[in-house]
Write a protein that binds this ligand. Structure first.
Ligand SMILES: *Cc1c(COP(=O)(O)O)cnc(C)c1O
Length: 439
């Protein structure tokens, strides 16, 4: 059995003081006592500082805004989280009609909404057009025609961007190579000009922008610069043909540190991208960035209690009350999350696989972790703010956990724990049979 010695991620808003982990000014142990476990805890300061790190680069020395931040809501769409970002000045990147409804529920300005996604239904397109979103990012020629049809029926204009698959050289940037082979997303680079020409001929379509999104958890700037260059080449070519692009959407995907990674500093990263656009003579474009993970990933932790310690011949298991139903990333991508005891105690460290109670061997949260814990202790699973709660499921009839947000000394319940009754409230049994089924 090997135990990992991966460093902890550098966190804002979550600190260990005298052996006790805190979210801002509140101890995680007290929060678990008050709200129960499993429990998602977010730090308002962490998400605010991440946003401000982007925003610092978006405003130039003279105070002029060079870019806008659209939070990619699929990373964490709790109303309180998206409302915080709205108040900080963010727009939103949406990937479903459901997410559009969330944005409208918090009173987001429709002109700050971009609708992306590879399989938008006609109903979703209609919903977006009626709401008056800034732009629909189109991912195929078939979708372009469907948008035109829906806009014709609604007698409105449809503002669109094409999502370019910039085909950044995978060899030189192995981190994103899987994203490149996957052609489900975006329009192939060599087909983009042709598709814009086709869009320009459609009666209800207004070409407003160009978009790309090259992957997720990317920890170097180089592939972004390659993508920017390739997209700007298209913008220049389109201009020659009389097709004017007004906004440039560079997508999201900047990685965070879960422990080992050292992604670029957000402000530096953003400056590098925006400077490249300006150097190439496109500083006049309205630029949009769509970060998800890098705004919320390290702004949340998942608290869980140790139910049982189960020593074994091959492995020791630390069975906790959270599972793949609360945090699916380990089961789905073998993702690593640091796991720490919330209160350190002088017991012997043992190497455990940290697993949940769900009836699947894939239900694990961390493997080979050296932990000094006893039954009943509390663990914090770090870096759980992005793609955590949003992927939660009710498998094994497990109610989804509560979510809380800490702001200094204050704590707010931002989603109540589901009850088991909630889970089957929409189900019904068949009518009782009053005669024999054979008639
Ligand atoms: C998921 C997604 C994002 C955000 O990605 P992160 O890796 O969370 O930053 C941005 N844009 C689009 C189109 C996406 O699908």
């Amino acid at each position: 059995m090997t135990s990992t010695t991966i460093p902890l991620p550098h966190l804002i808003g979550f600190t260990e003081r005298n052996g006790n982990w805190h979210a801002e000014d509140l101890s995680l142990a007290d929060l678990a006592k008050e709200f129960g476990t499993p429990l998602y805890v977010y730090s308002k300061r962490a998400l605010t500082e991440a946003y401000q790190a982007y925003d610092r680069a978006c405003v130039d020395a003279s105070g002029k805004r060079r870019a806008r931040i659209h939070f990619a809501m699929k990373a964490n769409s709790n109303l309180a989280i998206i409302d915080c970002f709205k108040q900080l000045g963010a727009g939103f990147d949406l990937v479903s009609g459901g997410e559009l409804s969330r944005a409208l529920a918090i009173g987001a300005d429709p002109s700050s909404l971009v609708f992306a996604g590879v399989g938008k239904s006609a109903d979703e397109i209609a919903q977006a057009l009626k709401a008056g979103v800034k732009c629909i990012n189109v991912e195929s020629i078939a979708e372009l025609h469907k948008i035109n049809q829906v806009a014709t029926r609604l007698q409105c204009r449809a503002p669109i961007s094409l999502r370019v698959n910039p085909d950044v050289d995978a060899q030189t940037h192995p981190y994103i190579s899987t994203g490149l082979k996957d052609n489900k997303f975006g329009i192939a680079y060599h087909e983009v000009l042709k598709t814009y020409r086709e869009a320009a001929l459609l009666s209800q379509i207004d070409i407003v922008g160009i978009d790309c999104h090259i992957g997720s958890q990317i920890t170097t700037t180089a592939p972004y610069l390659d993508a920017v260059d390739k997209v700007l080449d298209l913008v220049a070519q389109l201009k020659k043909e009389g097709i004017e692009i007004h906004h440039l959407d560079l997508g999201g995907g900047l990685g965070i540190s879960y422990g080992e990674e050292s992604p670029p500093d957000i402000t530096e990263f953003t400056n590098t991208l925006l400077n490249r656009v300006a150097e190439r003579g496109f500083g006049h474009l309205d630029i949009v960035l769509e970060p998800g993970r890098s705004l919320v990933g390290n702004a949340g932790v998942l608290l869980t209690h140790v139910e049982y310690l189960k020593p074994g011949a091959e492995k020791n298991f630390c069975i906790v009350d959270a599972a793949m139903t609360e945090l699916m990333r380990p089961a789905l991508y073998e993702a690593y999350h640091a796991i720490v005891p919330v209160q350190s105690k002088p017991v012997k460290s043992v190497t455990y696989d940290v697993v949940g109670p769900v009836c699947e061997s894939g239900d694990w949260l961390g493997r080979g972790r050296s932990l000094a814990v006893e039954e009943g202790d509390l663990l914090a699973i770090l870096s759980a703010g992005a793609y955590g709660f949003v992927m939660a499921s009710n498998y094994n009839t497990r109610p989804k956990p509560a979510e809380i947000m800490v702001d200094g000394k204050n704590v707010y319940l931002i989603r109540q724990r589901e009850t088991v009754a909630d889970l089957f409230a929409n189900e019904s049994t068949l009518p009782k049979q009053t005669h024999s089924p054979l008639g």
